[in-house]
Design a binder for this molecule. Structure first.
Ligand code: MSP
Length: 513
């Protein structure tokens, strides 16, 4: 039997500036979930990419004196290179300008048009280029877009509309009953609130006149218009999963069908509306089932303001790697943000968190255990001793930690998984302190107990290593190498260990200037 499939997506990122902490967070969470599922024998597949059409790109390219195609090509390459360098590359990276995607978008538009889901109308409203959409009253604060802090433009134009409002009742029912699963709960409620008060919603304009914006995918049924960037962007999830637009929804390639049946999206809270409202109805129009789950996270703030390209307070993942190492930064992202809530980023907090969790706790457990094995057991993993109550408790603790990590990652609560790992490492450290093998080894009567303690500590490290595989893959690999674990990750008594340099050196805050 082939392995069960699983699909996770990150948003596709606007190719108008470099990757920052917000993008890195979602990409790291997706990478963590994929590694966790692969560890359990699942054929996990991840999709990410770059969103390259729309006015925002034209503006950003013009500001640099470039054509949109050349500009987005360069920025997209930066995203791809960054993920490769950080070891968090998605299985499939979709560019919305690539031919396979353009073909899919046009095929879907034509199919949906033929099925009577699209209508032509005249439209007038306040348009925000930052959001790439017409705003409603509630999007405004003092006459400005609340997200982009800029005054929207009044525009009047002929638009094609996707007739989404006719499915609002259906959608409300799907979301309320969790057939369309949106979590944390507050975002499910937010989506339901949008649907309750439809004044902020309506049918969706999915076209832009070419006369004003030529940088987009041409509508197959009217070459004077291009496709609205969000309609194009959401379809990248299908392109990434292997959808073939030339075939109807019920005749898709088997790998697409298997992945789509399990699809889970990760997004930030600002793009809830397109994912909770537009997307399920688009899928219905295409004839595909809805995604399985939508997981919504909050913002990373710096000085309590959202990090964003337009506000210019971005934290670069490559700069953080340079200063502190990538895995310490990855750890901070996973551990510090309660998935669903906002979190504040400071380098002080990063240094403190990493030193407490990794240097002083986990790293210290690795160092002291391997040191003692070297000194007291001639550098070889000691045999198990008698099965004492305390020893058994340490190993049962590993099972409990495993269960907590599994439950947390299943629920996409990576911070709880990280917390479970740290708590288990603390418990093992306390056990080693209590047994004091360095003292016990000095007396021939208690020497066997010292060796038994170290055996249990090595067992616990092997279990911790397995828990770390999704969270800190490089550190997990290093622990496996130092403990000379077998190919299945199991401890091999008698195997030669290697002490090595500290796994997580204590960090110092890097002050600029
Ligand atoms: N291109 C659209 C998404 C299309 S998906 C079909 C887009 N791109 S974006 O580059 O602006 O944002 C991508 C993701 O980054 C969003 O999920 C957004 O929430 C997230 N973040 C942007 N800034 C963020 C923070 N400061 N903190 C956390 N995530 C935030 O929207």
């Amino acid at each position: 039997m082939s392995r069960p499939a699983w699909l996770v997506t990150t948003p596709i990122y606007y190719a108008n500036a470099e990757p920052h902490i917000g993008h890195t967070y979602t990409t790291v969470v997706a990478d963590t979930l994929v590694r966790w599922r692969r560890q359990r024998g699942i054929d996990a597949f991840s999709v990410s990419g770059t969103d390259e059409h729309g006015e925002k790109m034209v503006e950003a390219a013009a500001a640099r004196g470039l054509a949109p195609a050349a500009f987005t090509e360069a920025v997209s390459a930066t995203f791809q290179r960054t993920w490769v360098e950080l070891g968090i590359s998605p299985s499939r990276f979709v560019r919305t300008t690539e031919p396979a995607h353009v073909r899919n978008v046009q095929a879907v538009l034509q199919r949906v048009y033929d099925a009577g889901w699209i209508d032509q109308r005249e439209y007038e409203g306040l348009y925000c280029v930052g959001c790439e959409r017409f705003l409603t009253e509630r999007d405004l604060v003092d006459g400005k877009c609340r997200d982009h802090e800029r005054v929207p433009e009044r525009r009047r134009e002929v638009n094609y509309f996707f007739l989404m409002s006719r499915e609002f009742a259906w959608l409300r029912e799907e979301i309320a009953s969790d057939r369309i699963w949106i979590r944390p709960e507050r975002y499910k409620n937010e989506a339901l609130a949008m649907l309750r008060d439809e004044s902020g919603l309506g049918d969706l304009s999915i076209s832009r006149p070419k006369a004003r914006l030529a940088w987009g995918i041409e509508l197959p049924f009217d070459s004077a218009h291009v496709c609205y960037v969000w309609f194009d962007a959401l379809l990248s999830y299908l392109t990434g999963a292997g959808f073939d637009g030339t075939k109807p929804a019920d005749a898709q390639p088997p790998e697409f069908a298997a992945r789509w049946a399990t699809a889970e999206h990760l997004i930030g809270k600002d793009i809830l509306k397109p994912h909770a409202i537009f997307w399920p109805i688009m899928l219905k129009a295409i004839g595909l089932p809805p995604y399985r789950r939508l997981h919504v996270h909050g913002y990373w703030n710096v000085d309590n303001r959202k990090v964003s390209k337009s506000l210019g307070n971005m934290i670069s993942p490559l700069a953080m790697r340079e200063r502190y190492g990538f895995e310490p930064f990855r750890w901070f992202l996973l551990r510090e943000m309660s998935f669903g809530l906002d979190a504040n980023f400071t380098e002080e907090a990063l240094v403190e968190r990493v030193n407490a969790d990794l240097a002083n706790n986990l790293g210290n457990l690795v160092s002291r255990t391997l040191n003692l094995v070297e000194k007291l057991c001639a550098g070889r993993v000691p045999e198990a001793g008698p099965d004492e109550r305390e020893e058994r408790a340490v190993l049962e603790g590993a099972d409990a930690a495993r269960a907590r990590v599994d439950a947390a990652l299943e629920a996409v609560q990576p911070h709880l998984a990280a917390a479970a790992v740290v708590e288990y490492a603390s418990a093992v450290n306390r056990y080693v302190d209590g047994r004091a093998p360095w003292k016990a080894a000095k007396d021939p009567a208690t020497e066997p107990l010292a060796r038994a303690t170290l055996h249990v500590a090595c067992q616990a490290l092997a279990r911790l290593r397995a828990l770390l595989v999704p969270l800190l893959p490089a550190a997990a690999e290093e622990i496996a190498a130092r403990l000379a674990l077998g190919p299945d990750g199991a401890l091999v008594p008698g195997a030669p260990v290697r002490k090595g340099a500290p796994l997580f050196p204590r960090l110092e805050l890097v002050r600029e200037g």
